[in-house]
Design a protein around this ligand. Structure first.
Ligand code: SF4
Length: 217
């Protein structure tokens, strides 16, 4: 009884607003799925259990922020990137260690994924690169936390101007597709790509109905 009420609470509080700007977290995501978010296409509801996992991740972030403040690392947290026309985002923190500024991005995951993590995930590198770009900071730290065992791993990332340019070019190209209602292609390895497994737009992606509704051949 209580379990059902709690699940219901999570399901009723899902925010599925139409997206009007890109988010830094869209970097590295399937462009077709991002397109669907802009068009507010029908999506599968997120399971209440998954929403609780996200919430747990946010609580872990808050605990780390608390420690950073107590360490007096010149920390500011949850800082929006300077406003500009295409992209929004909020970095977890900016730290100063040994007179050097760092953008910090925190990621939490289960033990199984954490144990296998030998290098930062590509999409996480893309995101922190864009934070470095917009804050004009040359170094970043990706801090991964094992939610089950509370172990941590950190990876240092140096600003890569060419990579940021290519990421921003992709956002501009996708913006053009959104404005012209040109549906991006499916991922090359659809449906085997890991993103397809977790994609809320699986159904609409599979059908041709959406494409027809946009007046495509
Ligand atoms: S199912 Fe795969 S290809 Fe289709 S929108 Fe989702 S992530 Fe992209």
């Amino acid at each position: 009884m209580l379990k059902e009420l709690i699940d219901q609470f999570y399901l009723e509080n899902q925010k599925n607003k139409e997206q009007t700007r890109f988010y830094i977290t869209d970097a590295g995501k399937c462009p077709r799925a991002v397109f669907f978010k802009f068009k507010n296409a029908p999506r599968e509801p997120i399971d209440a259990r998954i929403m609780r996992i996200f919430e747990h991740g946010e609580n872990i972030h808050r605990s780390i922020f608390n420690i950073l403040y107590r360490l007096r690392l010149g920390v500011v947290t949850e800082i929006p990137i300077p406003s500009q026309e295409i992209i929004s985002g909020r970095a977890d923190a900016i730290l100063c260690i040994g007179n050097e500024n760092y953008v910090l991005d925190i990621k939490s995951m289960n033990s199984m994924i954490f144990r296998k993590l030998l290098a930062p995930k590509e999409e996480n590198v893309y995101q922190i690169q864009l934070y470095l770009h917009y804050f004009n900071i040359k170094k970043g730290i990706l801090l991964y936390i094992d939610k089950d065992q509370q172990e941590m791993k950190e990876f240092f990332v140096d600003y890569d101007e060419a990579l940021c340019k290519s990421l921003l070019d992709k956002f501009y190209a996708l913006k053009d597709q959104v404005e012209k209602n040109v549906l991006p292609l499916r991922l090359e390895d659809y449906p085997r790509n890991w993103q397809c497994n977790y994609c809320a737009f699986k159904k609409v992606c599979k059908t041709e109905l959406w494409e027809n509704s946009l007046g495509r051949e």
